[in-house]
Design a protein around this ligand. Structure first.
Ligand SMILES: [Zn+2]
Length: 83
């Protein structure tokens, strides 16, 4: 057996750190592996990510740049859907 899959608590505890890019590569990989196989956590993560983006937009006081948005969306897809 390889490294044990992280449980739901790991995802919820580390969601903010993930969004802040504060996880180390092993933690990030474990996080990705879990949300790729757990629709419940993936949904929770998607909501947190959207809320995080909305908050950052508010803090920046800027309208979102559509191209940047596409870039971020592509990046997140690549990192979270990486099978
Ligand atoms: Zn889960």
């Amino acid at each position: 057996m390889t490294a044990p899959a992280p449980d739901h608590a790991f995802i919820h505890e580390n969601m903010a750190a993930y969004l802040a890019d504060a996880l180390d590569p092993a933690q990030r990989a474990a996080f990705d592996a879990h949300i790729n196989n757990c629709p419940e956590c993936f949904d929770a993560f998607s909501e947190a990510r959207d809320a995080d983006r909305a908050l950052q937009r508010t803090l920046a006081g800027l309208a979102p740049d559509p191209k940047l948005e596409d870039h971020i969306t592509s990046y997140v897809r690549e990192t979270t859907m990486n099978h």
